[in-house]
Design a protein around this ligand. Structure first.
Ligand SMILES: *Cc1c(COP(=O)(O)O)cnc(C)c1O
Length: 425
């Protein structure tokens, strides 16, 4: 099974004539269909809400689109809160799942009426000192420690993760918060990332549901919601089978009926905070091959670099590459596909089999809709690219312009060097 771009070569050439490469392109149709499927998969739970993880793709055009399917925003920083507010998300539609949180961020979250998710038991005091009170609605992040397994498969290592409270601490935290006036409680946990199995949410849900029953019984608090957070993955590799959100929703429904309903907790709302699953497959990085190099290996050099997509450099992550217009040609050439950073890890692919690439070819790097543009940085003074939306009617719109040198130097305003380059306009 091969992976096909959601856009044709002709369309990309048309866009590239107006928006210089590289750019990220997003597929409106795909985003909408998936958001609708997520909502339907959890429609059995009346309080359900997906809070899109803003860090995955902080583009307002895309997030407002998700808002049409009743999604909220999951924030973890001051600017993400500002953006969510500016987009019109209010109160309970903002979840603030931060860690190592500065006081000013709790302050803003409280002003916006966001649901605050405490990462640590010491944050109770910190929050109370910051705000002067404890909000009526509050959430605590849980970390069960040890290894997170699905049957015998080790999915991740929560015992090694900086997030959340231990089991003992979360019981203690709920007692303290209740004594300080909190009335509505939530539990949150994120135990494994990019899981490509329909079992992740149901297994996590069972752990959290059982914990919720014990917490409610032993501390007497009212649990209003359980936040399964992110971690639902996507098939980055060709041939990999993707998750089926309907199966996932039903899997969570089943454990809900088995654990929460018999405990008299059939009114608990389920929240999710997916980023990757909501947006990942519906974005691509479009770049042009601008050089070829033959030394000890064969290299294709493109006009994009790790600044535009960091995951391969940072995690050795696989991103599929389609050479536009050569989809039917045999993959009989082995290349390293690189960017121009003075860093040897600036490679989108290593030893990748592709059709013969010529200078001028457009490459489509798949699955960059989440944790793509947003992880960008400015190393080597490289600038961030534009973002383009491919609309349902086939037209396109620039939804973020590319950075210019002036953006890059803007924080030097007032220095003679800046004045020399740009004047004081
Ligand atoms: C990153 C993150 C998410 C989203 O994770 P995905 O893997 O993109 O689904 C959700 N919640 C929190 C608290 C996160 O840090």
């Amino acid at each position: 099974m091969t992976k096909k771009p959601f856009v044709t070569k002709e369309k990309l050439e048309e866009i590239a004539a107006a928006v210089p490469t590289p750019f990220h392109i997003y597929d409106e149709k795909g985003i909408r269909e998936n958001a609708k499927a997520v909502k339907e998969a959890f429609s059995w739970n009346p309080g359900f809400r997906e809070y899109f993880a803003v860090k995955a793709n902080p583009n307002p055009t895309l997030i407002k689109m998700l808002g049409e399917y009743d999604c909220g925003c999951d924030c973890s920083s001051y600017t993400e809160l500002m953006l969510s507010d500016a987009m019109g998300f209010e109160k309970d539609k903002i979840m603030f799942s931060s860690n190592v949180t500065p006081a000013a961020e709790y302050q803003l979250a409280a002003e916006l009426g966001a649901i605050i998710n405490l990462d640590d038991i010491t944050h109770i005091d910190f929050l109370e000192k910051t705000l002067g009170y404890i909000p009526k609605k509050i959430c605590c992040r849980y970390n069960p420690g040890g290894l997170f397994k699905i049957s015998t498969d080790i999915m991740d290592n929560p015992g090694d993760a900086k997030y959340g409270m231990t089991t003992e601490q979360i019981f203690e935290a709920f007692r303290i918060l209740k004594a300080k006036g909190a009335e509505e409680f939530g539990i949150h946990s994120f135990l494994a990332s990019n899981t490509v199995t329909n079992d992740y949410y149901p297994v996590l849900a069972k752990t959290l549901f059982e914990l919720a029953v014990k917490l409610q019984k032993e501390t007497g608090v009212k649990i209003k919601f359980i936040n399964l957070s992110g971690g639902v993955g996507i098939p980055y590799k060709p041939g990999q089978e993707g998750n089926d959100i309907r199966v996932i929703g039903e899997g969570v429904h089943k454990v809900y009926d088995e654990v929460l309903v018999p405990a008299g907790m059939g009114d608990v709302a389920i929240y999710t905070e997916m980023g990757r699953f909501m947006m990942g497959p519906y974005g691509g990085l479009v770049t042009r091959a601008i050089h070829q190099k033959h030394i000890y290996k064969e290299y294709i050099g493109c006009d994009a670099c790790a600044v535009n997509l960091m995951r391969p450099a940072m995690y050795g992550a696989y991103h599929h590459i389609t050479v536009m217009g050569k989809e039917d040609q045999p993959c009989d050439h082995k290349y390293d596909v690189t960017g121009s950073l003075c860093e040897n890890n600036d490679k989108f692919a290593i030893d990748r089999m592709l059709p013969e690439v010529e200078v001028g070819d457009l490459l489509f790097i798949h699955d960059t809709g989440a944790h793509g543009f947003s992880m960008g940085y400015n190393y080597n003074g490289k600038l961030k690219s534009a973002e383009v939306l491919l609309k349902e009617d086939g037209s396109f719109e620039v939804i973020r312009r590319a950075e210019t040198p002036k953006d890059y130097f803007a924080t030097l305003d007032g220095t003679p060097e800046y004045e020399k380059m740009f004047g004081n306009k």
